[in-house]
Write a protein that binds this ligand. Structure first.
Ligand SMILES: *Cc1c(COP(=O)(O)O)cnc(C)c1O
Length: 401
């Protein structure tokens, strides 16, 4: 007879198998049991054929990885605790002392901070290139270049590059190209198949995605993914990921699994209202420029149209305005503070609209030639009704005067 205390731990009851319900189960584990020492010695986690340790994956994380691979058109996927961790995992897996990395001028700022901080300290150099000039990228690729980052659209200023041309240059120069695919989210365009009818299979080598944004959709989860199509490349990333001890919580994985089925609908809803608001903003004299890839005079519009199926692929929920240079910082701050529905906050992809004023002069080496002078304010549109958001911007404009 065992003591009831022990019975509570080694309980004989086993629930019947075959439970079936809409949502995948949430499996939590650090420890994973083996039936025998032989099983312990022989199990392989790298190809997801078995389980060995919580950090190496559970049915919950395997299921999420497979769904994200499908979303992006990849074959393998790794989960990390944030979008930024996805960018860092790529750099740390692929670069060593003496190597060089290229990032676009309008890169997601924390990626640049990583390059200027840890990567520089480890003897890995970086340069920025003009994403709107493929020739500039080509001329900056040296024999030391091991990784090129691309973003479509670019962060904050939303220029849409000729992604096909940038990727073709990297292929020709035999340099790995990684996309920060948070904006496209696997819905606007297919990162691993940019020209499906003309050149099937032409695509990036790696897609890093901040699941924090659209896959979560709630503004309440931080997670990232690194998706690939090449098994050897995946293993390089996966082994670094394992050695760094990066894992994600089962409850967070559950939230993303729950939100994925509605992601396409949400993306389209954000997109529709964003386009309407961006168009309306074009008619306001306080804004000297509106940046949104679907607007005809926005930088790179034709590249967006060509890649994103003439607009049917989508254009996400971000747009920026350039406020006339005659407004000083206090006036711009007052405009942002006066907004009621647009809340001040970073990140995006959730139901609540957000606004952030940016000091572009501190972020870019020089003022981009295609941008009017002024202050850039970025809006991330949530799921509220168009007319309410339009009125909110309209009333806040009074604070400028
Ligand atoms: C938000 C974001 C990230 C980082 O995601 P976190 O989960 O917040 O670390 C990376 N790239 C882009 C383009 C983003 O918008």
């Amino acid at each position: 007879m065992t003591h009831p205390v022990t019975d509570l731990i080694h309980h004989p009851y086993v629930a019947p198998s075959g439970f079936d319900a809409p949502q995948p189960a949430v499996h939590k584990a650090s420890t994973v049991f083996f039936p025998s020492v032989a099983a312990m010695r022989s199990r392989e986690w790298k190809d997801k054929s078995a389980y060995t340790y919580g950090l190496h994956g559970t049915p919950t994380t395997y299921a999420l990885e497979e769904r994200l691979s499908t979303l992006e058109g990849g074959r393998q996927c790794i989960l990390v605790p944030s979008g930024l961790a996805a960018l860092a995992t790529v750099a740390m897996s692929l670069l060593k002392t003496g190597d060089a990395m290229l990032i676009p001028d309008n890169v997601y700022s924390p990626n640049k901070a990583l390059a200027e901080g840890e990567l520089a300290a480890w003897g890995i150099s970086h340069q920025t290139y003009n994403p709107m000039d493929p020739g500039d990228l080509e001329s900056k690729i040296s024999p030391a270049t091991r990784l090129v980052w691309v973003e479509a659209a670019g962060s904050v200023t939303l220029e849409f590059p000729d992604l096909v041309a940038l990727v073709q240059i990297c292929k020709r120069k035999k340099v790995l190209v990684a996309l920060d695919n948070t904006w496209g989210a696997g819905l606007a365009f297919a990162p691993f198949d940019l020209l499906p009818t003309i050149q099937p299979g032409l695509g990036v080598d790696i897609s890093a995605h901040a699941l924090t944004k659209y896959p979560s959709g709630g503004g309440d989860v931080l997670m990232g993914s690194v998706t690939t199509r090449d098994q050897d490349l995946h293993l390089r990333l996966k082994l670094t990921h394992m050695r760094l001890g990066l894992g994600v919580g089962a409850n967070d994985a559950e939230l993303i699994l729950r939100a994925l089925p509605s992601m396409d609908l949400r993306y389209r809803a954000h997109d529709e209202v964003t386009r309407a608001l961006a168009q309306w903003c074009q008619g306001q004299t306080e804004f000297v420029q509106v940046l949104h890839p679907a607007l005809e005079d926005s930088p790179g519009h034709r590249h967006w149209r060509a890649l994103c199926k003439n607009g049917a692929g989508g254009a996400a929920g971000l747009f920026s305005v350039v406020l006339d240079a005659r407004f000083n910082r206090d006036q711009v701050d007052a405009f942002c503070d006066a907004l009621q529905l647009f809340r001040l906050g970073y990140s995006w992809g959730g139901p609540i609209s957000l606004v952030v004023p940016y000091d572009l002069t501190s972020m870019r080496k020089q003022w981009p030639v295609h941008l009017q002078r002024g202050t850039v304010v970025r809006f991330a549109v949530g799921l509220e009704a168009f007319e309410d958001l339009r009125q909110d911007i309209s009333q806040a404009l009074q604070a400028l005067h």
